[in-house]
Unconditional design. Structure first.
Length: 190
């Protein structure tokens, strides 16, 4: 019996050491390997967070230009909840939901709101932003439709809600304030 107990203990210890070395060869820092006696949840908790931040969902692998003329990398949104609002300057649905989008952006500070303008000239896009008072949001000038295509959007007004893990949900507009709030609460798990 004592031999069986020693073998079981040896296998258990070897399994833990093996797990620790497997973890160490992954994305966990050397501080984890220096404390192999820590509880199993301690070394595994930081690893998903670090790897989640490092991973960029395919949908965010794009470069664009803001209406302000700055370059914008979709990868900068990785690991965050994002509400993409796809609009066109001449779209009455888009115009009608702009106040709800502006209010939601102020209410849900944990969510990155990104307007994606398309289907018109940059001058018309800028005029829409000025007229709707949504200039506090980041708006992309997607005149060639690259971001629309990347996120599978084919009509305005459309919202794409992206969770930090990269999963998405689409909703066609116009969305009322209540409906937009409902989607955002779901995005945040509230």
């Amino acid at each position: 019996m004592a031999t069986l107990a020693l073998l079981a203990a040896g296998c258990g210890g070897q399994g833990q050491n093996g797990a620790a070395s497997d973890t160490a060869s992954g994305s966990v820092t050397s501080t984890v390997t220096s404390a192999p006696t820590a509880s199993p949840s301690t070394p595994s908790t930081p690893a998903p967070t670090a790897s989640q931040e490092a991973l960029v969902p395919t949908a965010l692998e794009f470069s664009a230009r803001t209406l302000g003329g700055d370059s914008f990398e979709g990868a900068s949104l990785a690991g965050r909840p994002v509400a993409f609002w796809f609009w066109a300057p001449w779209c009455p649905k888009c115009l009608s939901e702009a106040p709800a989008v502006k209010a939601a952006a102020g209410k849900y500070g944990d969510v990155a709101f990104i307007g994606v303008a398309g289907l018109d000239t940059e001058a018309a896009m800028k005029e829409f932003v000025e007229r709707t008072g949504t200039g506090d949001l980041v708006h992309l000038a997607d005149d060639k439709g690259a971001v629309w295509t990347k996120l599978g959007v084919s009509e305005q007004s459309t919202f794409v809600f992206m969770k930090p893990d990269g999963s998405t949900e689409k909703a066609s507009g116009p969305l009322s304030q209540d409906k937009l709030d409902e989607h955002l609460r779901e995005l945040l798990g509230r």
